[in-house]
Design a protein around this ligand. Structure first.
Ligand code: RIB
Length: 316
């Protein structure tokens, strides 16, 4: 039986991470308690999440093919990212190496007491991905295309149109958030957003998303705009989902030791995406998919780093 394929079009960044006793105040110089350079980027993290959660740590028994589309520079960071992806079983033929360019970099500050991060992103080669490169989706066509917003917005919109023309379902994780044109929602298979992103996309106030009634209103708005499945992740407060068939629920978060939240959302997306493609043409059980994704993300937050912190299938 042939395995389903997930393709991720998105960013590859090297994360320069400092762990600090508190986030620095304006004008404050802070000494970190430790510093790590590690492979990240929302696109690459989501690819790694799909790969690690679909196979054992010896790379055996995969349940999906995972391919990455993106761009890195000719610096050593680019090579480090490619090695990381390959080591986890991600196909990297679709990652372009831009001669003389820099690889994307994310400067991350993790507040040790809470595990919460603050991120400054320098896109570099990620912004060399232009709409004209995605007039059609490259072969092999996937069963699901995943995208975020760390590559140029127009490129994501073009790839959405190309996916629609090829009848390839899309999971869009619009992070970092910006408003989307109404056409982006039309027929979108899966919209995965956190509270901040949900607020920006809907015009709601983020603090109001504490109430179930407001989550229901915002979820219904995204369904009305044309999404088939909507997921709103709420950190420690759980995950709200609603689909076109009218199923909806607020699934509580799992209790987890929080060391570093980096890539928790990316882990969630990868796990959820695997549930989507592994359902094939059969019924997709959104509630189970959300619960499994919560379980995987709870493992990620208990460890430091991005790709390295995502669990393998045999660790769940
Ligand atoms: O989602 C986490 C990722 O966001 C980090 O790995 C960093 O690269 C930023 O893009």
């Amino acid at each position: 039986m042939s395995l389903p394929r997930i393709t991720i079009l998105g960013s590859l960044n090297i994360d320069l991470v400092s762990y600090v006793p508190h986030h620095p105040l304006p004008g404050e110089t802070l000494t970190s308690s430790s510093y790590v350079v590690s492979p990240g980027g929302k696109g690459a993290n989501q690819a790694v999440s799909c790969a690690k959660l679909s196979r054992s740590s010896d790379l055996s028994s995969p349940s999906a093919h995972v391919s990455m589309l993106g761009a890195v520079g000719t610096d050593s960071y680019g090579q480090q990212l490619l090695q990381s992806l390959k080591g986890y079983g991600v196909e990297t033929e679709g990652v372009k190496v831009r001669e003389g360019a820099n690889t994307g970099v994310a400067v991350i500050i993790v507040d040790e007491p809470t595990g919460q991060n603050r991120i400054v992103l320098s896109p570099e080669s990620n912004h060399s991905l232009k709409p004209e490169h995605f007039k059609t989706l490259p072969d092999p066509k996937p069963d699901l295309l995943i995208m975020q917003l760390e590559i140029p917005f127009e490129t994501v919109m073009q790839a959405l149109a190309a996916a629609k023309a090829a009848s390839v379902p899309v999971l869009l994780n619009p992070a970092p958030a910006q408003e989307l044109p109404l056409s982006a929602y039309d027929g979108l298979a899966h919209l995965v957003v956190n509270e901040t992103e949900a607020a920006i996309l809907s015009g709601a106030r983020e603090e109001d998303l504490d109430s179930l009634a407001e989550l229901q209103r915002v979820g219904a708005l995204f369904i009305e705009r044309g999404c088939r499945n909507v997921i709103i992740t709420l950190g420690g407060k759980g995950v709200y989902y609603v689909n076109k068939a009218g199923q909806s629920s607020l699934v509580p978060a799992l209790k987890a030791e929080v060391v570093d939240t980096t890539a928790a959302g990316d882990t969630f997306v990868g796990s959820y995406a695997l549930a989507v493609v592994n359902a094939g043409n059969g019924p997709f059980d959104i509630e189970t998919a959300v619960k499994e994704a919560n379980r995987a993300a709870a493992k990620t937050v208990a460890r430091r780093g991005a790709q390295v912190s995502i669990p393998w299938k045999d660790e769940l």
